[in-house]
Write a protein that binds this ligand. Structure first.
Ligand SMILES: [Zn+2]
Length: 308
C-alpha cells in the first residue's frame, strides 16, 4: 500500500507556471516607473501651478491697466499756479523729490520759474489758463483759451504760452471748467500738444471734462488728476487728502495729485515724501504716468466747482 505522497501531476505544474507568469506580467504593468537619471520626471505640481505669464508691458506707459502686485504703487505730484511766487519755486527746486511744477504763462516770473525748476531736475508743465464757468467774472489770467476763440486762435495762444514757459514737457489746465468740456476747443489744444510731443494732464476741474477722451482719440499721452491735495487749506484736510492719494495709488497701481504753493501744502510734502518708500509707494514723474490709454478717464469723487 505505498503510494508516492508528493507526486505532482503535469496539470498542477502547468497551472502553477501559468499563475506565476500572470503574476509577473501584472507586476511589470502596474509598478511605478523608476526615474531615469538621464531624463528625470517632471514634477507635475510645478507644471500645474505655474502662473500664466503676463503679457509684456511697457512699464512707463500702462500702469493703470496692469498693476503688478509686486511693484510699488506709484504717485506723481504737481504743484500748480507757479510763476508768481519765486520763493515757492526756489523752495520746490531745492527738494530732492521728483515733484513737477505747473507754471502759468505770461507772468513776469513765468520763464525764470520754468528755468529754475528745469535746472533742478523737476518736470515743468505749462499751466494753461482756460475759460471757467462764470467767465468773465472769474478771470484765469493772461494767455487764456476761450470757447469763442477759433481753432487758429487757440493754437496760436497755446504756442505763445509755451514760449513763456520754456522746457515744458506737458500741459495741464488752469481753471477751464467751461473750455475743457468743449470737444472742439480740446481738439485744437490737443493738436498743438501732439505736434510738439507734449503730454496732457487733465486737472479735472469739472465732471463734464472731455479733455482725456479727446487726448485718447488722438493717441496723445495723457493722465488725469485723481486728488486735489489742498481743496481745503487746513493742515488736517491736506493730510487727509495725502492719505487718500496713497490709498488710491495702492488700489489702482498709480494716482496723480495736484497741490498749490500754500505753505501748509509745501510743509506737508516736506514731511511726508521722505518716508514714502517705507509705505510701499514710489514717487514718479508725471510723464511716467501719462499713457495712451483708450480707457475712459476715471471718475472723480468730487464734483461741481473745482476751479484751481
Ligand atoms: Zn491753477
Amino acid at each position: 500500500m505505498s503510494q508516492a505522497p508528493h507526486r505532482i501531476s503535469p496539470a498542477t505544474v502547468f497551472f502553477a507556471l501559468l499563475a506565476l507568469a500572470l503574476g509577473i506580467a501584472l507586476y511589470v504593468k502596474t509598478r511605478p516607473p523608476r526615474p531615469s537619471p538621464a531624463a528625470p520626471r517632471p514634477v507635475a505640481s510645478h507644471a500645474v501651478r505655474r502662473p500664466r505669464a503676463l503679457p509684456p508691458t511697457e512699464p512707463t506707459r500702462a500702469p493703470e491697466l496692469l498693476p503688478t502686485p509686486a511693484a510699488p504703487a506709484r504717485i506723481a505730484i504737481v504743484i500748480d499756479d507757479l510763476g508768481n511766487d519765486p520763493d515757492a519755486v526756489e523752495r520746490i527746486a531745492r527738494w530732492p523729490f521728483r515733484v513737477a511744477g505747473a507754471v502759468l504763462p505770461g507772468l513776469p516770473a513765468s520763464a525764470e520759474s520754468a528755468r529754475r525748476l528745469s535746472a533742478s531736475g523737476k518736470e515743468v508743465l505749462l499751466h494753461l489758463p482756460m475759460e471757467p464757468d462764470g467767465y468773465p467774472r472769474i478771470r484765469p489770467g493772461p494767455g487764456v483759451v476761450l470757447r469763442a476763440d477759433s481753432d487758429e486762435k487757440i493754437e496760436k495762444t497755446v504756442a505763445e504760452d509755451l514760449e513763456t514757459v520754456p522746457g515744458a514737457v506737458g500741459v495741464n489746465n488752469h481753471m477751464g471748467s467751461a473750455a475743457t468740456a468743449d470737444p472742439r476747443v480740446m481738439r485744437a489744444v490737443v493738436r498743438v500738444l501732439t505736434a510738439r510731443r507734449l503730454f496732457l494732464l487733465d486737472s479735472r476741474t469739472t465732471e463734464a471734462t472731455v479733455a482725456r477722451r479727446i487726448a485718447d482719440e488722438e493717441s496723445l499721452p495723457a493722465v488725469s488728476r485723481k486728488v486735489f491735495l489742498d481743496a481745503v487749506e487746513s493742515e488736517a484736510a491736506i493730510a487727509k487728502s495725502f492719505g487718500d492719494l496713497v490709498r488710491r495709488a495702492k488700489k489702482d497701481g498709480s494716482a496723480l495729485a495736484i497741490g498749490h504753493p500754500h505753505p501748509a501744502t509745501l510743509a506737508l510734502l516736506e514731511r511726508e515724501l521722505p518716508s514714502l518708500d517705507s509705505r510701499g509707494v514710489q514717487l514718479v514723474t508725471v510723464s511716467a504716468l501719462a499713457s495712451r490709454s483708450t480707457k475712459s478717464a476715471a471718475r472723480s469723487p468730487k464734483s461741481a466747482s473745482l476751479e484751481r
